[in-house]
Design a protein around this ligand. Structure first.
Ligand code: 13P
Ligand code: SF4
Length: 335
């Protein structure tokens, strides 16, 4: 297939949907293409196991942004969702940034449209805007500092106590940071569909059945779940905790992709996915899981779909990301 046909195919589907030999060893082919093209694969912990296994770097949102900022590769294949690949492009205008499926969005990012947020922000001109990295470039461009779940608390605490702050878009993370810092940040009413759907009732039943297990939760979860958690942290912090804590089993209240790395890192420990309030036993992010090994192979082969961005928007969105990266370095926080 030539590139113009590939582009037509992409336009129709949002990803490359091309027939190829099913007996291909995709791991070997991706490895070969990566070397030929000087490409790097950055993957989030919520990606499917095969993608995590082939990635050059797996991390949380902060680690991925830090890695994207220092890579020397010519092509970045971002196995994550759109706002993550967009952040990599904002930091690397000269590099090609690819996302295996362009439709891989984020419900949290979608819950904060830039037009509405600008109206809200304009009503509070004396407030500083801290936005969680799970937002569009349009929201980043309206923000003063970006944060992730790894550095949100430290960034807020680095500001004067009387500084008025708007926190967007995640009301759960914002509420949690208000609680641990004693601040009273004004919260945008956004949330992640994956972390909001955990069932308190089913988690409570699991805790009763596994009294030895510790409940660990991502701060995007609702307050009721956070209140009964033994530990709260970003994906990297959750992984670290399960390595260092003496408990041998954990109920994990975040997207279930992370269980793959947890089980690989600590084969002797037991990890139980916290159940959502539906018929499923574990909780997959439908956006993250749009990426597959097949799409990753095709995206590297055809160098499509590519993230592109208006230069003025990129420059405006870069400022608060740079501020986050500088603050993280000063505060000694890595993802
Ligand atoms: P972290 O990996 O930064 O904790 O973020 C979780 C998340 O929801 C990414 O979409
Ligand atoms: Fe967005 Fe939630 Fe999916 Fe993360 S898990 S990409 S916040 S919808």
């Amino acid at each position: 297939m030539d590139i113009s046909l590939a582009k037509q195919n992409l336009e129709k589907n949002g990803y490359l949907n091309v027939d190829f030999d099913p007996s291909l060893d995709l791991f070997a082919e991706i490895d070969k293409l990566k070397k030929e093209k000087n490409a790097v694969i950055l993957a989030h912990y919520y990606q499917e196991p095969d993608i995590q296994d082939i990635a050059d770097y797996i991390g949380d949102s902060l680690g991925l942004a830090q890695n994207a900022a220092r890579t020397e590769a010519d092509i970045i294949v971002f196995a994550g969702v759109h706002f993550m690949a967009e952040t990599a492009k904002i930091l690397n205008p000269g590099k090609k940034v690819l996302l295996p499926d362009l439709r891989a969005g984020c419900s949290l990012s979608d819950s904060c449209p830039p037009g509405l947020f600008k109206t809200f922000k304009d009503k509070h001109p004396d407030h500083l805007v801290i936005s969680y990295i799970n937002c569009s470039a349009g929201i980043k461009a309206l923000s003063d500092i970006i944060c992730t779940s790894s550095n949100a608390q430290a960034i807020v605490e680095s500001l004067p106590a009387d500084q008025k702050i708007i926190f967007a878009p995640d009301k759960n993370l914002g509420g949690y940071i208000n609680k641990v810092t004693g601040r009273n940040m004004l919260l945008w009413n956004g949330a992640c569909m994956v972390h909001e759907i955990f069932s308190l009732e089913k988690i409570t039943r699991l805790k009763v059945r596994h009294p030895e297990a510790k409940l660990i939760a991502h701060p995007e979860c609702e307050d009721a779940v956070l209140q009964i958690a033994d530990f709260i942290g970003s994906t990297t912090q959750l992984l670290k905790y399960t390595k260092e804590d003496s408990a041998s089993s954990f109920i994990v209240a975040t997207e279930s992709g992370i269980l793959h790395t947890m089980r690989l890192n600590m084969p002797g420990k037991t990890f139980i996915a916290a159940p959502p309030d539906n018929a499923c036993a574990c909780n997959d992010c439908p956006h993250m899981k749009l990426n597959t090994l097949e799409k990753l192979y095709l995206c590297l082969k055809f160098e499509l779909p590519e993230i592109t961005m208006d230069e003025d928007l990129r420059l405006a969105a870069k400022k608060p990301i740079d501020r986050m990266l500088q603050l993280s370095e000063q505060l000694g926080i890595g993802g």
